[in-house]
Structures are given as structure tokens and as C-alpha cells.
Design a protein around this ligand. Structure first.
Ligand code: ADP
Ligand code: MG
Length: 588
């Protein structure tokens, strides 16, 4: 067959194949025209997956009466006029192909009016030919109705999916566009019901909330512009990205725009995803609505008729700028998981031995963990207390794993590492537990460990103390106190329990008597006595410990029957398991 030029009719139909591949591509082209016409309100109505009916109504600038037919000619565009314009395309359309391509494969009705004209015009085109043109009363803007897509092209219709699939593609298309244009009000209705809506508030967060849901939108982080890695590359990534705790199982929520145009560029999406490296598990993907503003001559969008592919002049720099911006944002703004409250005393569950009736005598530090100030309410499923609460209180608790001391916080908490995460140990509560069990065991064996005093100490007991010293003389002896009456209120102290810290032993004795009198909520005198010594003798909160002291305390705690709670059942430690850390840091 001889070579011949194709007639415009045939060539336009060939070209149409690339632009109007399916209903969603028709919708995209029509809505992009509306956006290029500066519409602030765009309604899209589709039926039967867009195959039978698509209508796009906008309030944009409209088309002049005398240009309406021209708009349907191939390569007719108002958006560029010479080749140099091609270098700096700022509109979504520019090829002048969409309207003729759509008209080539469907029946199109266009009603339009500009601000300056009295009346609008209505144009009907079937199979590429004008069948009717008449004045029409309408408001400023354009309405394009497309019916019976590919009716005379059975081969093309065959490639369409179910109407539901085509409708969902349209929904995806509109979602992308509305995310790119938060200032524009969008309304997509599919078979009569609203499928996607945005109010055009101008707020991206609000738009994300309308497109997805409020919770997701609230969690999103505002993208901080990355540092521009190359001086002569001026690009600004902006938008919102999800924190690692919010993710999806596919990439469909990663929307990347270049100068307001949704683009399909695997490397851009990959760069963004890479910024989450180490923060998201495999097969988990972030949500992102990111626009890269870049000088128009640094990007080529004229790669494919669908205009969703782009090429950058300095590809690598664009990718790394995006990645840096995302990474910086994640590092700067991801809310640090904070421990904001400890489960209350009661929440510790049934593992509490010797539960007292009221308050503790060893007051907890006034402001526990001030540096871990509340940022957000704690999710109790993340409760960091890992005390084995299931056990019978009288049965020894699960033993402690081997712990490695990492340091001390606020002279109150020992920070240690175990095989499964991090432990914060309350030094006073822990030591109380150690001393308590030791006193209980010593008194049971009736072998008090006494340290004799080289210089006996004289103490004056008040009537209550004297009464107690008399009535509980045997127990006090079992504890390790060697006391003699010295006449009147005076007593002589010749020996003290060896576990008592060095200091004013006389004063210690008096304090312990007072603590015993108070009882600490314990019923039996033995427990009262053990508790009194433990409470008095235990290292205070606020005391700086050196490493060997911390190591020793942990070692002693490991030897306890119930290392996880102080004699009152207050926790001696808080366990942040590796799993919880991962969950809190969004690594799971
Ligand atoms: P392109 O968008 O590439 O210019 P189209 O075939 O999509 O080509 O549209 C042709 C021309 O018709 C546009 O350049 C524009 O001037 C005009 N036009 C199309 N749709 C609209 C609309 N909704 N509002 C105003 N003008 C429009
Ligand atoms: Mg167009």
C-alpha cells in the first residue's frame, strides 16, 4: 500500500486513544480544563462508571462564543502559543488535544459563557462533528457532558472494566485533584450519590480530612521544606506526610504533585518512602500529599500525552531534596512517645502483697519523671508496667532477668537494660524490697545480724516509744537492736541491725519505733517491724548512686522473692519491653 497522510478524522481517533483511554482519563482532562479556567467550584457527575455519562460543571472563565468550535479542533489551545512557552508550562493542559479526542469517541455537549458576554452558547458534537450550536442562557463557566463513551468503538469498550472499577478510578482521579487544589471546591457524585467532596477551604489538612478521615488528617505532619542541596536548584517540597504510626498497606495514599500536577514517578515515591526507612515495617506505606514547586523550566511534563510523567533537569537533587524534607519532618515533628502516667496503685492488679490500708510512708518523689511530661494521653494498651500480675501474691514472682545498668535518672531511677527492653528501677522502692525480705528472713531465723556499737548511744524515748519498746522487746531484739533501760526515759543502744546505714543510730532507732507504731498498714508486728527498718534504711530518692552501688542494688533485687514490688506493692520497676518500644516508635 502506498504511503499516504491519514485524514484528520483517522489521526484524531488514533491520538484520542492515548488521552481518552478510559472514563477516568476523560474526567481528568475535563477537570484539568476547569482548573486551568480558574474554577473555584467543580462538580462532577458520572453514571455507569462514566461510560454512559460524565458531566463536569465549573464556574471558571468560560470560552468565548466565537472560540467554542475551535476548542474542539486538534492542537487548538489557549494555553501556549510558541515553542518557548513549552519551556515554562504552568497550566495543566497545553497540547490542545483533549476536547477533540473526547469528541472523537463520544457525544459531547458543551455549554459555556464568559463574564463579558451576555449569553452563553451550547454546542453539540457527535463523532467529532458539530450537530447543533445555539445560544444558551447560562451563568459564567463551562459545563461539558460526555455521553456514550466508545459507543462506536467496541474494541475500546472491551478494554474497560466493570462500571464499579471504572467509577473507582474516577474517584481516585478526583481525590488526587482535590488534594492538589485545596482551595477548589469539588463534588463528585457517582450514580447520584456523593463519592468525594471537598469544601475548598484552602486548608490541606481539612481537605485530607474530607478525602480520607479526620483522624488521619489530624495525625498528618506538615512537611518542612528541605534544605536545597544544590544552589541552582530552587525547589520547595510542601504538603503533609503521615507520622510512622499512621500507615497503609499499599502505596495508593502517596500523592506526589509537581507544580500542582499529579505525577507518576516511581523514583519520587521511592525517595519519599525511603525517608521512612527504619520507621515503617516492610509492606507498610505512608500517606503523603506532597507538592514539589520547581521552576517550570527545570521540569519537562511533555513526555506523554497523559502528562502524568515528568522528567527533571536535575533528577538526583529533586529526589534527595524530597527525601531530606520528609526525613527532617519525621525527625522533628514525630511526637515522641512519652510515658505520661503510671497505672495507679490499684491498677497493679492482684500481685500486691501486704496491701496497706492507706498511704505510703516513703513518699514518692513529688514530681515523678518530670522530664517525661505529658504530651498526649497514654494509650493504656501500651501500659508500660509489665509486672507479672497474674501470680498468687504469696508465690514468688517471676525472677528478674539479668539487667545491665545504663545509668541513673534524677538521682531516683536506675536505668537498666534487659534481654527484652529497658527497665526503670525506683531505687528507694527496690531497696525497700531488698531490706524488707532480708529482715523477714532474719527474724524468721531468729539470727539477727547485729553490729555492736563501739560507743553505746543513749536515747531518750517518749512514752509511746517506751511503751512500744517494752511490749515488743523481743521483736526489737530479733531485729538486731541491743537496747538496755538506763533509768527514766533514757535507754542505751549497744548494737543495731547491721543493715542500718551508717549515721545517727540513736535517731534511727527512734524513727524505726515510730514507723512501727504507725504500722505502715501492716497487720502483724513482724511485718510492721520489717517494713519500718526497710523504709528507714532504704536509699532515698534523690541520692546519687555510683555504678557499683546501682549494680549491687540490682543484684540484691534479683535475689528477692518478689522483686517487682516494694513491700506495699508499689512497683519497684517499670519495664519498657522491646515490643512496646517498637510500637511506641512506630516500628511495628
Ligand atoms: P488544552 O487544555 O491542552 O488547551 P483542550 O482540548 O483540553 O486543550 O481544551 C482546548 C481549549 O478549550 C483550552 O485551551 C481552553 O481554552 C478551552 N477550554 C476547554 N475547557 C474549558 C473550560 N472548562 N473552561 C474554559 N475553557 C476551556
Ligand atoms: Mg485540556
Amino acid at each position: 500500500m502506498a504511503i499516504q497522510l491519514l485524514s484528520p478524522n483517522v489521526s484524531s481517533k488514533i491520538a484520542a486513544g492515548e488521552i481518552t483511554e478510559r472514563p477516568s482519563s476523560v474526567v481528568k482532562e475535563l477537570v484539568e480544563n476547569s482548573l486551568d479556567a480558574q474554577a473555584s467550584d467543580i462538580s462532577i457527575d458520572v453514571r455507569s462508571g462514566g461510560i454512559e455519562y460524565i458531566r463536569v460543571v465549573d464556574n471558571g472563565v468560560g470560552i468565548e462564543n466565537n472560540e467554542v468550535e475551535l476548542a474542539f479542533k486538534r492542537f487548538a489551545t489557549s494555553k501556549l502559543s510558541n515553542t518557548s512557552d513549552l519551556e515554562t508550562i504552568s497550566t495543566l493542559g497545553f497540547r490542545g488535544e483533549a476536547l477533540p479526542s473526547i469528541a472523537a469517541v463520544s457525544s459531547v455537549t458543551l455549554v459555556t459563557k464568559t463574564d463579558g458576554e451576555e449569553s452563553g452558547i451550547r454546542l453539540e458534537i457527535a463523532n467529532g462533528c458539530t450537530v447543533n450550536k445555539q445560544p444558551a442562557g447560562t451563568s459564567t463557566g463551562t459545563t461539558v457532558t460526555v455521553r456514550h463513551l466508545f459507543k462506536d468503538f467496541p474494541a475500546r469498550r472491551k478494554f474497560l472494566r466493570t462500571t464499579a472499577t471504572e467509577a473507582s478510578r474516577i474517584q481516585t482521579t478526583i481525590t488526587r485533584l482535590l488534594l492538589a487544589y485545596p482551595k477548589v471546591k469539588f463534588n463528585l457524585s457517582i450514580d447520584g450519590s456523593v463519592a468525594v467532596y471537598s469544601s475548598g477551604s484552602g486548608s490541606l489538612q481539612e481537605t485530607i480530612s474530607e478525602a480520607y478521615d479526620t483522624k488521619v488528617a489530624q495525625a498528618m505532619l506538615k512537611l518542612e521544606s528541605g534544605t536545597v542541596p544544590n544552589d541552582d536548584l530552587h525547589l520547595i517540597p510542601s504538603g503533609m506526610i503521615s507520622p510512622p504510626s499512621v500507615y497503609r498497606t499499599n502505596r495508593s495514599h502517596i500523592h506526589i504533585f509537581v507544580n500542582g500536577r499529579w505525577v507518576q514517578n516511581r523514583m519520587l515515591a521511592y525517595s519519599l518512602q525511603q525517608a521512612y526507612h527504619g520507621l515503617l515495617k516492610e509492606r507498610r506505606f505512608p500517606l503523603a500529599v506532597v507538592n514539589i514547586s520547581i521552576p517550570y523550566n527545570d521540569v519537562d511534563i511533555n513526555v506523554h500525552p497523559s502528562k502524568t510523567e515528568v522528567r527533571f533537569r536535575q533528577e538526583g537533587s529533586v529526589f534527595s531534596a524530597l527525601q531530606q524534607a520528609v526525613r527532617n519532618t519525621l525527625i522533628t515533628y514525630s511526637p515522641v512517645s512519652e510515658i505520661t502516667s503510671f497505672p495507679s496503685f490499684k491498677e497493679l492488679g492482684p500481685s500486691i502483697p501486704y496491701l496497706p490500708s492507706n498511704q505510703w510512708h516513703s513518699k514518692p518523689p513529688k514530681n515523678p519523671l518530670p522530664s517525661l511530661s505529658p504530651l498526649r494521653p497514654i494509650d493504656h494498651s501500651l501500659s508500660i508496667l509489665d509486672i507479672d500480675g497474674s501470680a498468687d501474691p504469696l508465690v514468688p514472682q517471676k525472677v528478674l532477668p539479668a539487667l545491665r545498668t545504663l545509668g541513673q535518672s534524677q538521682s531516683t531511677y536506675i536505668v537498666a537494660e534487659g534481654p527484652d527492653g529497658i527497665y526503670l528501677i525506683d531505687q528507694h522502692a527496690a531497696h525497700e524490697r531488698v531490706l524488707f525480705e532480708r529482715v523477714v528472713s532474719n527474724t524468721a531465723s531468729r539470727q539477727p545480724q547485729v553490729q555492736g556499737l563501739m560507743e553505746p548511744v543513749t536515747v531518750e524515748l517518749d512514752p509511746n516509744q517506751r511503751n512500744l519498746a517494752e511490749t515488743q522487746a523481743e521483736l526489737i531484739k530479733q531485729l538486731g537492736f541491743l537496747v538496755e533501760e538506763f533509768g527514766g526515759q533514757a535507754h542505751i543502744l549497744r548494737g543495731v541491725p547491721s543493715m542500718l546505714p551508717k549515721g545517727d543510730y540513736g535517731q534511727s532507732f527512734l524513727e524505726i519505733l515510730d514507723l512501727m507504731a504507725e504500722g505502715g498498714g501492716f497487720e502483724s508486728w513482724k511485718e510492721r517491724a520489717a517494713y519500718s527498718i526497710a523504709c528507714h534504711g532504704a536509699i532515698r530518692a534523690g541520692k546519687k548512686l555510683n555504678e557499683s552501688e546501682m549494680v549491687e542494688l540490682i543484684r540484691l533485687l534479683e535475689l528477692c522473692n518478689q522483686p517487682h514490688a516494694c513491700p506495699h506493692g508499689r512497683p519497684t520497676m517499670i519495664h519498657l519491653s522491646t515490643a512496646k518500644l517498637e510500637k511506641e516508635f512506630g516500628r511495628t
